[in-house]
Design a protein around this ligand. Structure first.
Ligand SMILES: C[S@@+](CC[C@H](N)C(=O)[O-])C[C@H]1O[C@@H](n2cnc3c(N)ncnc32)[C@H](O)[C@@H]1O
Length: 184
């Protein structure tokens, strides 16, 4: 990890405590980094940037030719994210798109090798269905809050676990967890 990325992550963690920001935090951040290191995605779609914490956790583990497209509906948070991403040194690989993911995803061209879902829990299935035909075999979809928000994510979890299109497992992290689903 570069010093700049590390410094930026620690600074965001401190401001998140003060501002009660729902960032994924250090433990899930480490898990996200491990998933990126294992799957080596060239192109990642993130839904729910907030201030860029999870974006930086992924980006610091990705190769220089990789790309992250991250979507944030809140203009002010998106601007803070751009500043944090710039400070972390990974901005050449990141595009922060401001808008509602339900509107933005259909406008994005090209395929993705990884998706990280961390916006409206009851919309996870809608986000996935909008990008699904651009995910090849082996693409990995990570959905945050699959423990804490499992009721709001019920349709999503039933789909990734029962449709036969994914090999899916729940990974507990503290009192919550993430659902990691690999496209067949
Ligand atoms: C839990 S936070 C994301 C935290 C971030 N992934 C992290 O760990 O650093 C959820 C974010 O999703 C954004 N959001 C909610 N609905 C959205 C939508 N329809 N499209 C894009 N972003 C959305 C919220 O504004 C909020 O910033």
């Amino acid at each position: 990890m570069t010093g700049a990325a590390e410094d930026t992550l620690r600074r965001i963690e401190q401001s998140a405590t003060r501002r009660y920001l729902p960032i994924i935090g250090r433990e899930k951040g480490r898990l996200l980094g491990e998933i990126v290191a294992e799957h080596k995605p060239r192109r990642v779609l993130e839904v729910g940037t907030l201030v860029g914490y999870s974006t930086i956790q992924m980006g610091k583990n990705m190769g220089g030719d990789a790309e992250i497209v991250t979507i944030e509906v809140d203009r002010d948070e998106a601007e803070v994210a751009r500043e944090n991403i710039r400070a972390s040194g990974i901005s050449p690989m990141v595009t922060v798109v401001t808008g509602d993911a339900l509107d933005v995803i259909p406008t994005l061209g090209g395929a993705f090798d990884m998706v990280f879902l961390d916006a409206e829990k009851h919309q996870y299935l809608a986000y996935l269905r909008l990008v699904e035909d651009r995910l090849g075999a082996g693409a990995v979809v990570v959905a945050d809050n699959a423990g804490f928000s499992s009721r709001a994510m019920r349709e999503y979890l039933e789909y990734v676990r029962g449709s036969g299109r994914y090999s899916s497992r729940y990974i507990p992290v503290g009192w919550d967890g993430v659902e990691v689903s690999v496209k067949r």
